[in-house]
Design a protein around this ligand. Structure first.
Ligand SMILES: Cc1cc2nc3c(=O)[nH]c(=O)nc-3n(C[C@H](O)[C@H](O)[C@H](O)COP(=O)(O)OP(=O)(O)OC[C@H]3O[C@@H](n4cnc5c(N)ncnc54)[C@H](O)[C@@H]3O)c2cc1C
Length: 466
Protein backbone atom coordinates (compact mmCIF):
# COMPACT_ATOMS: atom_id res chain seq x y z
CA UNK A 1 0.00 0.00 0.00
CA UNK A 2 2.96 2.33 0.73
CA UNK A 3 3.52 3.54 -2.85
CA UNK A 4 0.28 2.47 -4.44
CA UNK A 5 -2.22 5.20 -5.32
CA UNK A 6 -5.70 4.27 -4.12
CA UNK A 7 -8.77 5.19 -6.13
CA UNK A 8 -10.76 5.99 -2.98
CA UNK A 9 -9.90 6.21 0.71
CA UNK A 10 -12.77 6.32 3.21
CA UNK A 11 -11.95 8.05 6.52
CA UNK A 12 -13.94 6.64 9.46
CA UNK A 13 -14.90 3.05 10.29
CA UNK A 14 -18.39 3.58 11.68
CA UNK A 15 -21.56 2.21 10.12
CA UNK A 16 -21.49 4.98 7.49
CA UNK A 17 -17.85 4.55 6.41
CA UNK A 18 -18.06 0.75 6.29
CA UNK A 19 -21.37 0.81 4.36
CA UNK A 20 -19.67 3.05 1.79
CA UNK A 21 -16.63 0.75 1.67
CA UNK A 22 -18.91 -2.26 1.06
CA UNK A 23 -20.66 -0.48 -1.79
CA UNK A 24 -17.39 0.62 -3.43
CA UNK A 25 -15.97 -2.92 -3.07
CA UNK A 26 -18.52 -4.08 -5.65
CA UNK A 27 -16.61 -2.13 -8.35
CA UNK A 28 -13.19 -2.47 -9.93
CA UNK A 29 -11.50 -0.01 -7.61
CA UNK A 30 -8.51 0.05 -5.32
CA UNK A 31 -9.99 1.15 -1.98
CA UNK A 32 -9.06 1.47 1.69
CA UNK A 33 -10.66 2.61 4.93
CA UNK A 34 -8.74 4.42 7.66
CA UNK A 35 -10.03 4.20 11.24
CA UNK A 36 -8.14 5.76 14.15
CA UNK A 37 -9.48 3.27 16.72
CA UNK A 38 -8.20 -0.32 16.83
CA UNK A 39 -11.49 -1.70 15.50
CA UNK A 40 -14.45 -0.71 13.35
CA UNK A 41 -17.64 0.41 15.16
CA UNK A 42 -15.97 2.36 17.96
CA UNK A 43 -17.85 5.69 17.58
CA UNK A 44 -21.58 6.50 17.59
CA UNK A 45 -22.18 3.26 15.70
CA UNK A 46 -21.54 1.15 18.79
CA UNK A 47 -23.72 3.12 21.22
CA UNK A 48 -27.16 3.71 19.75
CA UNK A 49 -30.71 2.41 20.10
CA UNK A 50 -30.27 -0.14 17.31
CA UNK A 51 -33.53 0.85 15.66
CA UNK A 52 -34.00 0.72 11.91
CA UNK A 53 -36.12 3.82 11.47
CA UNK A 54 -38.52 4.16 8.56
CA UNK A 55 -38.14 7.93 8.37
CA UNK A 56 -41.77 8.55 9.42
CA UNK A 57 -40.63 11.61 11.40
CA UNK A 58 -37.74 12.82 9.20
CA UNK A 59 -38.17 16.30 7.68
CA UNK A 60 -39.79 15.73 4.26
CA UNK A 61 -37.50 16.46 1.28
CA UNK A 62 -34.42 16.43 3.50
CA UNK A 63 -31.37 14.42 2.48
CA UNK A 64 -31.94 12.39 5.64
CA UNK A 65 -35.47 11.45 4.51
CA UNK A 66 -34.18 10.63 1.01
CA UNK A 67 -31.50 8.26 2.39
CA UNK A 68 -33.96 6.61 4.80
CA UNK A 69 -36.47 6.07 1.99
CA UNK A 70 -33.77 4.52 -0.25
CA UNK A 71 -32.65 2.30 2.63
CA UNK A 72 -36.11 0.84 3.27
CA UNK A 73 -35.97 -1.19 0.06
CA UNK A 74 -32.38 -2.29 0.63
CA UNK A 75 -32.58 -3.56 4.24
CA UNK A 76 -34.38 -6.89 3.60
CA UNK A 77 -31.58 -8.06 1.25
CA UNK A 78 -28.84 -6.58 3.43
CA UNK A 79 -29.95 -8.37 6.60
CA UNK A 80 -29.96 -11.71 4.75
CA UNK A 81 -26.76 -11.22 2.79
CA UNK A 82 -24.80 -9.81 5.73
CA UNK A 83 -26.45 -12.04 8.38
CA UNK A 84 -27.46 -9.07 10.52
CA UNK A 85 -29.70 -10.01 13.48
CA UNK A 86 -32.94 -8.13 12.73
CA UNK A 87 -36.44 -8.20 14.21
CA UNK A 88 -39.25 -6.41 12.34
CA UNK A 89 -41.17 -5.72 15.56
CA UNK A 90 -42.66 -2.32 14.64
CA UNK A 91 -42.85 0.71 16.91
CA UNK A 92 -45.64 2.66 18.56
CA UNK A 93 -45.63 6.34 19.48
CA UNK A 94 -47.67 6.46 22.67
CA UNK A 95 -50.06 9.35 23.41
CA UNK A 96 -50.69 9.68 27.12
CA UNK A 97 -53.17 12.54 26.82
CA UNK A 98 -55.34 14.32 24.25
CA UNK A 99 -52.67 16.98 23.58
CA UNK A 100 -50.15 14.32 22.55
CA UNK A 101 -52.81 12.64 20.41
CA UNK A 102 -53.37 15.95 18.64
CA UNK A 103 -49.61 16.37 18.03
CA UNK A 104 -49.54 12.91 16.44
CA UNK A 105 -52.57 13.69 14.28
CA UNK A 106 -51.42 17.15 13.20
CA UNK A 107 -47.67 16.54 12.89
CA UNK A 108 -46.62 12.90 12.68
CA UNK A 109 -49.36 11.39 10.51
CA UNK A 110 -48.95 14.01 7.74
CA UNK A 111 -45.14 13.79 8.06
CA UNK A 112 -45.23 10.00 7.68
CA UNK A 113 -47.50 10.34 4.62
CA UNK A 114 -45.09 12.87 3.05
CA UNK A 115 -42.29 10.32 3.46
CA UNK A 116 -44.49 7.46 2.19
CA UNK A 117 -44.34 5.57 5.49
CA UNK A 118 -47.32 3.41 6.39
CA UNK A 119 -48.73 4.34 9.80
CA UNK A 120 -52.05 3.72 11.52
CA UNK A 121 -53.80 4.83 14.68
CA UNK A 122 -54.10 2.13 17.38
CA UNK A 123 -56.73 2.53 20.04
CA UNK A 124 -55.99 2.14 23.74
CA UNK A 125 -57.18 -1.45 23.91
CA UNK A 126 -55.07 -2.59 20.94
CA UNK A 127 -51.99 -0.91 22.46
CA UNK A 128 -52.46 -2.67 25.78
CA UNK A 129 -53.16 -6.04 24.16
CA UNK A 130 -49.88 -5.93 22.23
CA UNK A 131 -47.87 -4.19 24.92
CA UNK A 132 -49.44 -4.86 28.35
CA UNK A 133 -46.66 -3.06 30.25
CA UNK A 134 -47.57 0.32 28.71
CA UNK A 135 -49.06 2.88 31.10
CA UNK A 136 -52.77 2.83 31.86
CA UNK A 137 -52.82 6.50 30.92
CA UNK A 138 -52.41 5.61 27.23
CA UNK A 139 -55.14 7.12 25.07
CA UNK A 140 -53.88 5.46 21.87
CA UNK A 141 -50.74 5.23 19.75
CA UNK A 142 -49.40 5.74 16.28
CA UNK A 143 -48.33 2.35 14.95
CA UNK A 144 -45.29 2.42 12.64
CA UNK A 145 -45.19 -1.16 11.45
CA UNK A 146 -42.06 -0.79 9.33
CA UNK A 147 -39.74 0.07 12.23
CA UNK A 148 -37.39 -2.73 13.26
CA UNK A 149 -34.49 -3.45 15.56
CA UNK A 150 -31.11 -4.80 14.53
CA UNK A 151 -27.62 -5.43 15.86
CA UNK A 152 -25.57 -2.32 14.98
CA UNK A 153 -22.27 -4.09 15.80
CA UNK A 154 -22.92 -6.85 13.28
CA UNK A 155 -24.13 -4.37 10.67
CA UNK A 156 -20.91 -2.33 10.86
CA UNK A 157 -18.60 -5.33 11.04
CA UNK A 158 -20.40 -7.19 8.25
CA UNK A 159 -20.15 -4.19 5.92
CA UNK A 160 -16.39 -4.13 6.61
CA UNK A 161 -16.06 -7.91 6.26
CA UNK A 162 -17.78 -8.03 2.89
CA UNK A 163 -15.59 -5.17 1.67
CA UNK A 164 -12.44 -7.01 2.83
CA UNK A 165 -13.64 -10.24 1.17
CA UNK A 166 -14.02 -8.16 -2.03
CA UNK A 167 -10.44 -6.84 -1.73
CA UNK A 168 -10.73 -3.60 0.28
CA UNK A 169 -7.98 -2.72 2.77
CA UNK A 170 -8.71 -1.80 6.38
CA UNK A 171 -6.15 0.36 8.16
CA UNK A 172 -7.09 0.31 11.83
CA UNK A 173 -5.52 1.93 14.85
CA UNK A 174 -3.98 5.09 13.39
CA UNK A 175 -5.95 8.21 12.56
CA UNK A 176 -5.56 10.78 9.81
CA UNK A 177 -3.55 13.80 11.00
CA UNK A 178 -2.93 15.69 7.75
CA UNK A 179 -4.25 15.82 4.20
CA UNK A 180 -2.32 17.55 1.41
CA UNK A 181 -4.05 18.33 -1.86
CA UNK A 182 -1.89 17.16 -4.80
CA UNK A 183 -2.26 17.57 -8.60
CA UNK A 184 -4.34 14.38 -8.98
CA UNK A 185 -5.79 13.87 -5.55
CA UNK A 186 -4.52 13.76 -2.00
CA UNK A 187 -1.68 12.64 0.22
CA UNK A 188 -2.87 11.49 3.64
CA UNK A 189 -0.60 11.30 6.69
CA UNK A 190 -1.49 9.00 9.57
CA UNK A 191 -0.60 9.31 13.28
CA UNK A 192 2.00 6.54 12.82
CA UNK A 193 3.71 8.56 10.07
CA UNK A 194 2.43 6.46 7.21
CA UNK A 195 1.65 8.23 3.91
CA UNK A 196 -1.20 7.18 1.66
CA UNK A 197 -1.93 8.60 -1.79
CA UNK A 198 -5.45 8.56 -3.19
CA UNK A 199 -7.46 10.12 -6.00
CA UNK A 200 -10.67 10.50 -3.98
CA UNK A 201 -11.48 10.82 -0.28
CA UNK A 202 -14.78 10.10 1.47
CA UNK A 203 -15.05 11.91 4.80
CA UNK A 204 -17.12 9.69 7.14
CA UNK A 205 -15.41 10.63 10.40
CA UNK A 206 -18.57 11.15 12.47
CA UNK A 207 -18.19 13.86 15.14
CA UNK A 208 -14.75 14.62 13.70
CA UNK A 209 -15.88 15.05 10.09
CA UNK A 210 -15.57 18.86 10.48
CA UNK A 211 -11.94 18.43 11.62
CA UNK A 212 -11.19 16.23 8.61
CA UNK A 213 -12.91 18.76 6.36
CA UNK A 214 -10.76 21.59 7.73
CA UNK A 215 -7.62 19.61 6.83
CA UNK A 216 -8.27 20.69 3.21
CA UNK A 217 -9.44 24.19 4.24
CA UNK A 218 -13.18 23.45 4.04
CA UNK A 219 -15.07 25.02 6.97
CA UNK A 220 -18.53 24.86 5.43
CA UNK A 221 -20.06 23.04 8.43
CA UNK A 222 -19.36 22.30 12.08
CA UNK A 223 -20.26 19.27 14.14
CA UNK A 224 -21.34 19.54 17.79
CA UNK A 225 -21.53 16.52 20.08
CA UNK A 226 -24.84 15.56 21.69
CA UNK A 227 -24.69 12.81 24.29
CA UNK A 228 -27.31 10.09 24.72
CA UNK A 229 -27.27 7.98 27.89
CA UNK A 230 -28.83 4.51 28.07
CA UNK A 231 -29.79 1.88 30.63
CA UNK A 232 -29.68 -1.80 29.63
CA UNK A 233 -31.87 -4.15 31.65
CA UNK A 234 -32.64 -7.86 31.49
CA UNK A 235 -35.93 -7.51 33.38
CA UNK A 236 -38.98 -9.12 31.77
CA UNK A 237 -40.93 -6.21 30.29
CA UNK A 238 -44.23 -7.16 28.69
CA UNK A 239 -43.81 -5.28 25.41
CA UNK A 240 -43.35 -6.64 21.91
CA UNK A 241 -42.57 -3.39 20.09
CA UNK A 242 -40.41 -0.29 20.35
CA UNK A 243 -42.26 2.13 22.66
CA UNK A 244 -41.69 5.75 21.62
CA UNK A 245 -42.82 8.92 23.36
CA UNK A 246 -44.19 11.89 21.49
CA UNK A 247 -40.88 13.70 20.70
CA UNK A 248 -39.76 17.07 21.96
CA UNK A 249 -38.23 19.80 19.75
CA UNK A 250 -34.70 18.60 20.66
CA UNK A 251 -34.86 14.81 20.48
CA UNK A 252 -36.97 11.79 19.81
CA UNK A 253 -37.24 11.45 23.61
CA UNK A 254 -36.47 8.47 25.80
CA UNK A 255 -37.83 5.21 24.50
CA UNK A 256 -37.97 1.59 25.59
CA UNK A 257 -36.90 -0.96 23.05
CA UNK A 258 -36.31 -4.70 22.94
CA UNK A 259 -32.71 -5.56 22.05
CA UNK A 260 -32.03 -8.19 19.36
CA UNK A 261 -29.70 -10.20 21.57
CA UNK A 262 -31.92 -10.03 24.66
CA UNK A 263 -32.96 -7.50 27.28
CA UNK A 264 -34.33 -3.99 26.85
CA UNK A 265 -32.80 -0.56 26.27
CA UNK A 266 -34.09 2.55 28.02
CA UNK A 267 -32.97 5.94 26.75
CA UNK A 268 -31.32 7.97 25.27
CA UNK A 269 -30.95 11.45 26.73
CA UNK A 270 -30.08 14.42 24.47
CA UNK A 271 -27.36 16.50 26.16
CA UNK A 272 -25.39 19.08 24.21
CA UNK A 273 -21.75 19.29 25.33
CA UNK A 274 -18.39 20.64 24.18
CA UNK A 275 -16.32 17.47 24.50
CA UNK A 276 -16.46 15.11 21.52
CA UNK A 277 -14.94 12.26 23.56
CA UNK A 278 -16.94 12.43 26.81
CA UNK A 279 -19.22 9.40 26.74
CA UNK A 280 -19.53 9.06 30.50
CA UNK A 281 -22.84 8.42 32.21
CA UNK A 282 -24.11 10.51 35.12
CA UNK A 283 -26.70 10.27 37.87
CA UNK A 284 -28.65 13.16 36.34
CA UNK A 285 -28.62 11.53 32.91
CA UNK A 286 -29.83 8.18 34.23
CA UNK A 287 -32.51 10.01 36.23
CA UNK A 288 -33.66 11.72 33.00
CA UNK A 289 -33.92 8.33 31.31
CA UNK A 290 -35.99 6.89 34.17
CA UNK A 291 -38.16 10.00 34.34
CA UNK A 292 -38.89 9.87 30.60
CA UNK A 293 -39.47 6.11 30.47
CA UNK A 294 -41.73 5.84 33.54
CA UNK A 295 -44.23 8.03 31.73
CA UNK A 296 -44.53 5.23 29.15
CA UNK A 297 -43.96 2.17 31.35
CA UNK A 298 -44.54 2.61 35.08
CA UNK A 299 -42.21 0.72 37.38
CA UNK A 300 -39.00 1.24 35.38
CA UNK A 301 -37.34 2.55 38.55
CA UNK A 302 -37.59 -0.91 40.08
CA UNK A 303 -35.69 -2.57 37.24
CA UNK A 304 -32.14 -3.78 37.79
CA UNK A 305 -29.78 -2.30 35.25
CA UNK A 306 -26.98 -4.53 33.96
CA UNK A 307 -25.19 -1.70 32.19
CA UNK A 308 -25.34 2.02 31.59
CA UNK A 309 -23.57 3.62 28.65
CA UNK A 310 -23.65 6.66 26.39
CA UNK A 311 -23.16 7.49 22.71
CA UNK A 312 -22.37 10.80 21.02
CA UNK A 313 -24.50 12.09 18.16
CA UNK A 314 -22.90 14.27 15.45
CA UNK A 315 -25.14 17.34 15.29
CA UNK A 316 -24.46 19.32 12.12
CA UNK A 317 -24.69 23.11 11.81
CA UNK A 318 -26.61 22.67 8.51
CA UNK A 319 -29.43 20.73 10.22
CA UNK A 320 -29.27 17.88 7.70
CA UNK A 321 -26.91 15.22 6.41
CA UNK A 322 -24.01 16.63 4.36
CA UNK A 323 -23.41 14.29 1.41
CA UNK A 324 -21.73 16.21 -1.38
CA UNK A 325 -18.34 17.11 -2.84
CA UNK A 326 -16.38 19.68 -0.88
CA UNK A 327 -16.54 23.21 -2.29
CA UNK A 328 -12.73 23.31 -1.98
CA UNK A 329 -12.02 20.11 -3.91
CA UNK A 330 -14.66 18.04 -5.69
CA UNK A 331 -12.70 14.81 -5.29
CA UNK A 332 -13.31 15.07 -1.54
CA UNK A 333 -16.83 13.81 -0.73
CA UNK A 334 -18.48 14.47 2.64
CA UNK A 335 -20.66 11.84 4.30
CA UNK A 336 -21.07 13.93 7.43
CA UNK A 337 -23.62 15.24 9.90
CA UNK A 338 -25.28 11.82 10.12
CA UNK A 339 -26.88 12.55 13.48
CA UNK A 340 -29.65 10.26 14.72
CA UNK A 341 -30.47 7.84 11.93
CA UNK A 342 -27.15 6.78 10.42
CA UNK A 343 -27.59 3.08 11.14
CA UNK A 344 -31.00 3.04 9.45
CA UNK A 345 -29.89 5.19 6.53
CA UNK A 346 -26.49 3.56 5.96
CA UNK A 347 -27.51 1.55 2.86
CA UNK A 348 -29.02 4.67 1.24
CA UNK A 349 -26.07 6.89 2.25
CA UNK A 350 -23.70 4.44 0.55
CA UNK A 351 -25.76 4.63 -2.67
CA UNK A 352 -25.73 8.45 -2.54
CA UNK A 353 -21.97 8.60 -1.98
CA UNK A 354 -21.27 6.21 -4.87
CA UNK A 355 -23.43 8.40 -7.14
CA UNK A 356 -21.64 11.55 -5.97
CA UNK A 357 -18.26 9.94 -6.70
CA UNK A 358 -19.41 8.95 -10.19
CA UNK A 359 -20.70 12.48 -10.85
CA UNK A 360 -17.27 13.93 -10.09
CA UNK A 361 -15.50 11.54 -12.43
CA UNK A 362 -14.87 8.21 -10.71
CA UNK A 363 -15.51 5.29 -13.09
CA UNK A 364 -17.73 2.68 -11.43
CA UNK A 365 -17.28 -0.57 -13.35
CA UNK A 366 -18.89 -3.61 -11.70
CA UNK A 367 -16.48 -6.24 -10.44
CA UNK A 368 -17.64 -9.51 -11.97
CA UNK A 369 -16.67 -11.74 -9.07
CA UNK A 370 -17.75 -9.37 -6.27
CA UNK A 371 -19.53 -11.13 -3.42
CA UNK A 372 -22.78 -9.80 -2.00
CA UNK A 373 -23.06 -12.34 0.79
CA UNK A 374 -20.89 -13.10 3.79
CA UNK A 375 -20.06 -16.78 3.24
CA UNK A 376 -20.46 -19.39 6.00
CA UNK A 377 -16.78 -19.80 6.72
CA UNK A 378 -17.01 -21.94 9.82
CA UNK A 379 -17.92 -25.44 10.84
CA UNK A 380 -20.75 -24.99 13.37
CA UNK A 381 -21.36 -28.75 13.72
CA UNK A 382 -22.05 -29.97 17.23
CA UNK A 383 -18.68 -31.69 17.75
CA UNK A 384 -16.90 -28.46 16.79
CA UNK A 385 -18.82 -26.18 19.15
CA UNK A 386 -16.74 -26.85 22.28
CA UNK A 387 -16.99 -25.46 25.78
CA UNK A 388 -19.49 -22.76 26.71
CA UNK A 389 -17.43 -19.67 27.53
CA UNK A 390 -20.11 -17.05 28.25
CA UNK A 391 -22.73 -18.71 30.44
CA UNK A 392 -25.12 -15.73 30.41
CA UNK A 393 -25.41 -15.74 26.62
CA UNK A 394 -24.40 -19.38 25.91
CA UNK A 395 -21.49 -18.34 23.72
CA UNK A 396 -19.24 -21.24 22.83
CA UNK A 397 -15.51 -21.47 22.37
CA UNK A 398 -15.92 -22.00 18.63
CA UNK A 399 -17.95 -18.81 18.27
CA UNK A 400 -15.01 -16.92 19.77
CA UNK A 401 -12.34 -18.69 17.71
CA UNK A 402 -14.48 -18.18 14.58
CA UNK A 403 -14.43 -14.44 15.29
CA UNK A 404 -10.65 -14.51 15.72
CA UNK A 405 -10.29 -16.21 12.34
CA UNK A 406 -12.79 -13.96 10.54
CA UNK A 407 -12.10 -11.48 7.71
CA UNK A 408 -11.94 -8.57 10.21
CA UNK A 409 -10.61 -10.13 13.41
CA UNK A 410 -11.20 -8.33 16.71
CA UNK A 411 -8.37 -6.29 18.11
CA UNK A 412 -9.83 -5.73 21.61
CA UNK A 413 -11.92 -7.61 24.18
CA UNK A 414 -14.72 -5.22 23.20
CA UNK A 415 -14.22 -6.44 19.64
CA UNK A 416 -14.74 -10.05 20.78
CA UNK A 417 -17.87 -8.90 22.61
CA UNK A 418 -19.30 -7.21 19.55
CA UNK A 419 -18.59 -10.15 17.28
CA UNK A 420 -19.94 -12.89 19.55
CA UNK A 421 -22.19 -11.37 22.22
CA UNK A 422 -19.90 -12.76 24.95
CA UNK A 423 -19.75 -10.50 28.06
CA UNK A 424 -23.05 -8.83 27.11
CA UNK A 425 -25.14 -10.82 29.60
CA UNK A 426 -26.07 -10.26 33.20
CA UNK A 427 -22.55 -10.71 34.63
CA UNK A 428 -21.13 -8.26 32.05
CA UNK A 429 -18.00 -10.34 31.54
CA UNK A 430 -17.06 -11.03 35.16
CA UNK A 431 -17.19 -14.78 34.54
CA UNK A 432 -16.08 -15.07 30.92
CA UNK A 433 -13.42 -12.40 30.34
CA UNK A 434 -10.63 -14.51 31.94
CA UNK A 435 -11.56 -17.45 29.68
CA UNK A 436 -11.65 -15.18 26.64
CA UNK A 437 -8.18 -13.86 27.53
CA UNK A 438 -6.93 -17.47 27.68
CA UNK A 439 -8.23 -18.10 24.17
CA UNK A 440 -6.67 -14.87 22.91
CA UNK A 441 -3.43 -15.92 24.54
CA UNK A 442 -3.57 -19.29 22.75
CA UNK A 443 -3.96 -17.38 19.50
CA UNK A 444 -0.90 -15.32 20.50
CA UNK A 445 -2.89 -12.14 19.96
CA UNK A 446 -2.13 -10.37 23.22
CA UNK A 447 1.20 -8.65 23.84
CA UNK A 448 0.64 -8.69 27.59
CA UNK A 449 -2.35 -8.97 29.89
CA UNK A 450 -2.85 -5.43 31.14
CA UNK A 451 -5.42 -6.08 33.87
CA UNK A 452 -6.16 -2.39 34.16
CA UNK A 453 -7.58 -2.70 30.65
CA UNK A 454 -10.35 -4.87 32.07
CA UNK A 455 -11.96 -1.78 33.55
CA UNK A 456 -13.26 -0.84 30.14
CA UNK A 457 -12.57 -4.25 28.64
CA UNK A 458 -10.52 -2.74 25.84
CA UNK A 459 -7.35 -4.81 25.73
CA UNK A 460 -5.37 -4.16 22.59
CA UNK A 461 -4.22 -7.26 20.76
CA UNK A 462 -0.97 -7.72 18.91
CA UNK A 463 -0.63 -6.15 15.50
CA UNK A 464 -4.21 -5.18 14.82
CA UNK A 465 -5.28 -5.60 11.24
CA UNK A 466 -2.83 -3.37 9.43
C1 LIG B 1 -27.66 7.94 21.63
C2 LIG B 1 -27.79 7.60 20.17
C3 LIG B 1 -28.88 6.85 19.71
C4 LIG B 1 -29.02 6.56 18.36
N1 LIG B 1 -30.01 5.72 17.92
C5 LIG B 1 -30.07 5.38 16.61
C6 LIG B 1 -31.03 4.44 16.14
O1 LIG B 1 -31.79 3.85 16.91
N2 LIG B 1 -31.08 4.19 14.81
C7 LIG B 1 -30.25 4.79 13.92
O2 LIG B 1 -30.36 4.55 12.74
N3 LIG B 1 -29.28 5.64 14.35
C8 LIG B 1 -29.18 5.93 15.65
N4 LIG B 1 -28.21 6.79 16.10
C9 LIG B 1 -27.35 7.43 15.11
C10 LIG B 1 -26.25 6.52 14.62
O3 LIG B 1 -25.65 5.83 15.68
C11 LIG B 1 -25.24 7.39 13.89
O4 LIG B 1 -25.91 8.19 12.94
C12 LIG B 1 -24.21 6.55 13.16
O5 LIG B 1 -23.63 5.62 14.04
C13 LIG B 1 -23.15 7.47 12.59
O6 LIG B 1 -22.18 6.65 11.99
P1 LIG B 1 -20.82 7.27 11.48
O7 LIG B 1 -20.11 6.17 10.80
O8 LIG B 1 -21.11 8.52 10.73
O9 LIG B 1 -20.08 7.75 12.80
P2 LIG B 1 -19.18 6.94 13.84
O10 LIG B 1 -19.76 5.62 14.17
O11 LIG B 1 -18.95 7.87 14.97
O12 LIG B 1 -17.86 6.66 13.05
C14 LIG B 1 -16.93 7.67 12.74
C15 LIG B 1 -15.57 7.08 12.87
O13 LIG B 1 -14.59 7.99 12.41
C16 LIG B 1 -13.42 7.75 13.15
N5 LIG B 1 -12.51 8.89 13.05
C17 LIG B 1 -12.66 10.12 13.59
N6 LIG B 1 -11.59 10.88 13.33
C18 LIG B 1 -10.75 10.13 12.59
C19 LIG B 1 -9.48 10.34 12.02
N7 LIG B 1 -8.81 11.51 12.17
N8 LIG B 1 -8.88 9.35 11.32
C20 LIG B 1 -9.52 8.17 11.17
N9 LIG B 1 -10.71 7.89 11.71
C21 LIG B 1 -11.33 8.86 12.40
C22 LIG B 1 -13.94 7.54 14.55
O14 LIG B 1 -13.00 6.87 15.37
C23 LIG B 1 -15.20 6.74 14.30
O15 LIG B 1 -15.00 5.35 14.43
C24 LIG B 1 -28.05 7.06 17.45
C25 LIG B 1 -26.95 7.77 17.92
C26 LIG B 1 -26.79 8.00 19.26
C27 LIG B 1 -25.55 8.67 19.76
Amino acid sequence: MQNEIKDVVVIGGGVVGTAILRKLSLYNLSIALIEKQPDVCEGASKANSGIIHTGFDAPPNSLEAKCLIRSRDLWPDYTEQLKIPYIPCGAIMVATDEDEKEIIEKKYIPNAKANEVEVEWMDRQEVLEMNPAVTDNVVGALSILGEAICDPFTATRAYAELAVINGAELLLGSGVTKITVTDDGFEIILENGREIKTNYIVNAAGVYSDHISRMIGDDSFTISPRKGQFILTEEEIDISQVILPVPTAKSKGTLISPVVFGGFLLGPTAEDQEDKEDNSTSEEGIEQVLHGCEKLIPGVRDYDSIRQFAGIRAVCSTGDYVIRPSEINKQFIHAAGIRSTGLSASPGIAEEVAEQLELVGLALNKKEDAKLEIPNLFDESEENVGEIICLCRTITRSEITNALEGPVPPTTIDGVKRRTGATLGECQGNCCIPKIIDILDEYKLIDELPLKGLQNSTIALKGGNQ
